[in-house]
Design a protein around this ligand. Sequence first.
Ligand SMILES: Cc1cc2nc3c(=O)[nH]c(=O)nc-3n(C[C@H](O)[C@H](O)[C@H](O)COP(=O)(O)OP(=O)(O)OC[C@H]3O[C@@H](n4cnc5c(N)ncnc54)[C@H](O)[C@@H]3O)c2cc1C
Length: 406
Amino acid sequence: MLENIVIVGAGQAAVQAIDTLRRNRFAGNLIVVGDEPWLPYQRPPLSKKYLAGTLGRERLLLRPQQFYEQHSVEVRSGRRVEEISRREQRVRLDDGSSLAYDALLLATGGRPRPLDVPGTNLEGVHRLRTLADADRIRSGLSTGARLVIVGGGYVGLEVAATARELGLTVTVLEMADRVMGRVTCPQVSALYEAEHARHGVSIHRNVRIRALSAQSDGRLRGVVTEDGGEYPADIVLIGVGVVPAVELAAEAGLTCDNGVVVDEYCRTSDQAIYAAGDCANHPSRHYGRRLRLESVDNAFEQGTSAALNLLGMSTAHDKVPWFWSDQYDLKLVIVGIGQGYDTVVPRGDPASRAFSACYLRDGELIALDSINTPKDQMAARKLIAARVRPDPQRLADPGIALKDAC
Ligand SMILES: Cc1cc2nc3c(=O)[nH]c(=O)nc-3n(C[C@H](O)[C@H](O)[C@H](O)COP(=O)(O)OP(=O)(O)OC[C@H]3O[C@@H](n4cnc5c(N)ncnc54)[C@H](O)[C@@H]3O)c2cc1C
């Protein structure tokens, strides 16, 4: 019988787990420890509407204060868990106190991947993960300022779009030969490169960073590249990916490998400890391999699944994942995992600004990128789960409904 559940990390996965536990009548003690000073909030607006100043801080909260009171959830904000004692089933906090648990859920998320070059600590150089990061960046986004973004992933490109709307001069430096190359096919990268160019963003590909340079008075001067180029900057954002926050788990001896390793029930190598969200590396039955995903959907699904399993309601986590990114008026929804595809079937004309890219492997639809095509992305979730093998010619015709091409 579980009496004490402790959740480490107060983000998306944690809130979903709390909600699921209380909805399913868990009546024991529920304590969430989060090292940020706020109640759990959503991160996606940090690079979009919140950064643009069109969404207020109070709208970021995943649940209002009353929710935690009404559901008897103790939220310890601004407190860090420093150690897990598995033998005693206790966690130690940074104020010296400790909490006993019968079950522990690690929902520690991730943090920005460091860029290992000189100058990254200069004033005006930022990363974007937290509300505090977004506030710092926002204070530097003045019209006419020069923003250089290192990394053409979705966070970097979303900030580029926001900053252009605010009137900054924006340059993106990407190491690979195309933007968003880790998650999309060349056709979709090309569409986004063209869209950013149309909005005045200057994108440079195949660029390696040597250092961030300073003026003689110590203020930021720019970004220096391996080929000897220098891009002048008043503000720099480093967005080169996310690493999972696994230190706590690793120090406690839990198996970690690109995340805390869990089974399909979100259980770690210790039966009393679960992990969910960006920090967890889980087996996907559908794709037949391990995945560590960084998305709201994944945090939501794993938070739910971990909570149900904690209560003995055995629930394997195996939904087709999805992810979204908003840039300008383009709504990108990626359904499934495209890695390992052998064919991309374009559906529609990218120039029409309503376009889908269908990823096939050995004839099976494994993923779909939808740009302003909501019907396709809704249909794709079911079709990918059903392992359909579409007719490529019919698939390429946007006049034929996706389900009728499969
Ligand atoms: C700028 C930005 C834009 C994004 N946009 C999108 C989007 O458009 N679509 C999408 O699907 N996803 C998006 N994401 C990703 C999405 O926000 C994450 O995948 C999601 O927040 C993961 O939830 P989580 O609960 O796993 O981790 P998090 O939300 O990161 O929460 C983890 C929390 O745990 C805390 N913590 C860590 N270690 C400890 C410890 N030892 N003690 C106490 N607390 C600890 C962390 O500080 C953090 O507050 C975006 C992310 C960012 C940063």
